[in-house]
Design a protein. Structure first.
Length: 225
């Protein structure tokens, strides 16, 4: 059977499972951390809870997380998973973040996720709140209209990069190697050195050739220890 890269987002987990995953990537919610959850999947699921379910607390912490950790997101994997997302409001959110993060060219393609008219964050009273308090500066001039103060901005809501690197092996490898497929394959192999190349590639959602090269390098260092 030919190798096939997995780009499709898995089904959204239960609330309890997602809470563990969010804690696992450094969001300070009450709950036990899931060990080394997939970062991009968790971010997208959190945006679904925030934008579709209307959980502004989760959405606020998510935006704070992105503000702190944006440099270590695998933007290509994030964008691939979002392209086929069925919820317009989720795509609006990430397109707005693409505008906000525009200085980092990796996020430029997020802007293509939504090209329609601006969308209100609040289903009721959004115009009134913006007139009263102004727009959240992070979303000003984007496709998402967010009143100031609707999403709290508190650094203590997320772990620092140093603390998250201690907790999440995949994040630590991205700090070492950059937010690349190589870092994600390496993380998969550290967790299970017996993984085949195809299995490691599927685990990281990357190309077979990328996983093959990482596997060779991983085996070299493993033999040298």
């Amino acid at each position: 059977m030919a190798f096939s890269r997995i780009n499709q987002l898995p089904a959204r987990p239960t609330t309890a499972t997602l809470t563990g995953q969010m804690v696992g990537i450094g969001m300070n919610f009450a709950g036990d951390a899931t060990p080394c959850p997939n970062i991009e999947d968790t971010l997208i699921f959190a945006s679904d809870v925030g934008m579709v379910d209307g959980d502004l607390r989760v959405l606020g912490v998510l935006v704070q997380w992105v503000e702190v950790h944006q440099a270590h997101v695998n933007a290509e994997r994030l964008i691939r998973a979002l392209r086929e997302h069925p919820e317009t409001r989720v795509r609006v959110f990430w397109a707005a973040l693409g505008a906000w993060l525009g200085k980092d060219r990796r996020y430029a393609r997020l802007l293509t996720l939504y090209t329609g008219q601006p969308v209100d964050l609040l289903p009721v009273g959004n115009d009134f709140q913006i007139e009263r308090r102004g727009e959240d500066e992070r979303f000003a001039c984007t496709c998402l209209r967010v009143p100031t103060g609707t999403l709290r901005r508190r650094p203590a809501d997320v772990l620092s990069p140093t603390d998250l690197a201690r907790q999440h092996p995949g994040y630590r490898n991205r700090v070492l190697m950059g937010p690349t497929w190589r870092a994600d394959v390496w993380t998969a192999l550290e967790a299970d050195p017996t993984l085949s190349v195809a299995a490691a590639a599927r685990k990281a959602s990357c190309a077979f050739a990328t996983a093959w090269q990482v596997k060779q390098d991983f085996n070299v260092l493993r033999a040298a220890c």
